[in-house]
Design a protein. Structure first.
Length: 487
């Protein structure tokens, strides 16, 4: 049974919206860090002496820690209280940000980014669960999901702009230093405005063994894929490490079937909308993160734009997502249902990515880049609130942290694996074109075009799954019945 409004005393209900904004501000800091680094990667590479193959670990070390620990973090929120986990996560993230900014070697930066991922997992895993508990009624919950989804989706674009400004105006170190004062303020306001919750108690247990298994499997899997640029796809190291990753993942599944208190109880997958929405989320984020990462590199290496120019180029995406997700998305979801909003939104995202398959070497921003970005912004502004509504539709109060952690896990796993695969494919295609005598800009563009095509294919697969698997919400049914009555 979902939480009811009666669970909150009147003063608590009156400050739910300020509490939501504070929650989202803290989460925004975490989400920004997922993409703010992308624009600064060339500067980080030249300053710290990263190789091209190892540079991707500045992103992946964060994503793997994030994605691997989200399930455990969400469950811990259910057990000991979501506010406690949120505050702990913000504290770890803020301290790790300081360490990132002070890094002077590649190894130190990668380690600090991994710690950042741990803090991000702790704080982000409980966010959706807190929203479900604070806003149990559908109209308000849709609005709250819209605000959160704006932070989650537009934050990626805002991060690119912020990264460009800070890297261009000061240095790449400040993309991390800026988190320190923001984190301190977020911790203080969260402690004051967000109501405490006791959780269901540690008697429920937390499956630490399961968390270790799934984290190890994900880390090894992405490492295997990244290293294919050095060893190849059918080499002994690739096959051996990939097989070990699959064994660890199978061990995690077996553990969930036999553990007294599993990290991921398989009952959460019984509703079709839950596992269907999570699968769509995995494919969607894999495609979109590959787009942001590769488009940043295209503008830097082929078009010669600096960090600030790249950040400004992505600004229309952030503005479009913000306009749609905060207001229009909630109204459309309430009126027509999440599924009816999700399907056309995926079409917009896929079409925007498909336009980039024809990207020329000498492109014009307004003709070749902007149209796809606007379509992507429209789609993302509608798709993420709809997915959140569908994935959390069956969450109970005792499992809302787990459901929240699951949805965030599929996003981060999709992002990490998608980025690793797409980056490897782009590098391979570029080398092939260079061997055929193509110019460096042409070979780079050819590699990026392949990635954009693969990203569009991932969105197409997500659309097919959404259309087949996801069921209509009550609002969808009401609309259908009214149409039949009118006929």
């Amino acid at each position: 049974m979902k939480a009811s409004a009666a669970q909150f005393p009147a003063p608590a209900r009156d400050r739910r919206w300020p509490a939501l904004y504070v929650l989202c501000a803290g989460i925004l800091m975490v989400i920004l860090d997922g993409t703010i680094v992308n624009v600064a990667l060339p500067s980080i590479q030249s300053d710290l002496g990263f190789t091209q193959a190892n540079l991707v670990w500045v992103v992946n070390s964060y994503l793997i820690a994030f994605g691997g620990l989200l399930l455990l973090s969400g469950r811990l929120g259910d057990l000991v209280g979501r506010k406690r986990i949120l505050l702990a996560g913000l504290a770890v993230f803020t301290a790790a940000s300081l360490l990132c900014g002070l890094s002077v070697t590649p190894e130190l930066l990668i380690a600090a980014r991994f710690i950042q991922g741990i803090g991000g997992a702790l704080s982000s895993a409980v966010a959706l669960g807190m929203i479900v508990t604070m806003f149990p009624e559908q109209p308000e919950q849709a609005r709250a999901f819209g605000v959160y989804s704006f932070v989650a989706s537009a934050g990626a674009s805002i991060g690119l702009l912020a990264g460009g400004i800070l890297t261009h105006a000061i240095s790449w170190h400040w993309i991390f230093f800026v988190n320190v004062p923001i984190g301190i303020v977020a911790i203080f306001l969260s402690a004051r405005l967000i109501d405490s919750d006791r959780g269901i108690g540690l008697r429920g247990g937390a499956d630490v063994i399961g968390a270790i298994l799934v984290t190890a499997a994900l880390m090894l899997g992405v490492y295997t894929i990244v290293q294919t640029s050095q060893y190849g796809w059918i080499s002994t190291p690739t096959i051996g490490l990939g097989a070990l990753s699959i064994v660890l993942l199978a061990g995690f599944v077996a553990r969930q079937l036999t553990a007294a208190n599993p990290l991921l109880p398989l009952r959460v997958f019984r509703p079709r909308n839950v596992w269907g929405a999570n699968l769509v989320q995995l494919l969607l984020v894999a495609g979109m993160l590959g787009f942001f990462f590769m488009n940043s590199l295209y503008m830097q290496r082929v078009l010669g734009l600096n960090a600030l120019q790249i950040g400004l180029a992505f600004l229309p995406v952030a503005v479009t997502i913000g306009v749609l997700s905060v207001g229009l998305s909630a109204r459309l979801t309430t009126r027509f249902g999440a599924r009816r909003v999700l399907l056309p939104a995926l079409v917009f995202v896929g079409t925007g990515l498909a336009l980039y398959m024809r990207l020329p070497v000498h492109s014009n921003y307004f003709v070749d880049l902007l149209p796809g970005m606007l379509l992507l912004g429209v789609g993302a502004g509608l798709v993420f609130p709809s997915l959140a509504t569908l994935a959390m539709s069956s969450a109970t109060e005792s499992d809302s942290g787990l459901a929240s952690g699951l949805l965030n896990t599929t996003a981060q796993v999709g992002g990490a694996l998608g980025l690793a695969v797409l980056a490897t494919l782009a590098a391979s295609q570029t080398r092939s074109l260079l061997a055929l005598g193509e110019s460096v800009p042409g070979a780079l563009t050819g590699g990026f075009q392949m990635v954009f095509g693969m990203s569009a294919a991932l969105i197409a697969a997500a659309l097919v799954i959404a259309a087949i698997v996801l069921r209509r919400q009550p609002a969808d049914v009401d609309v259908a019945e009214r149409s039949e009555d009118a006929a």
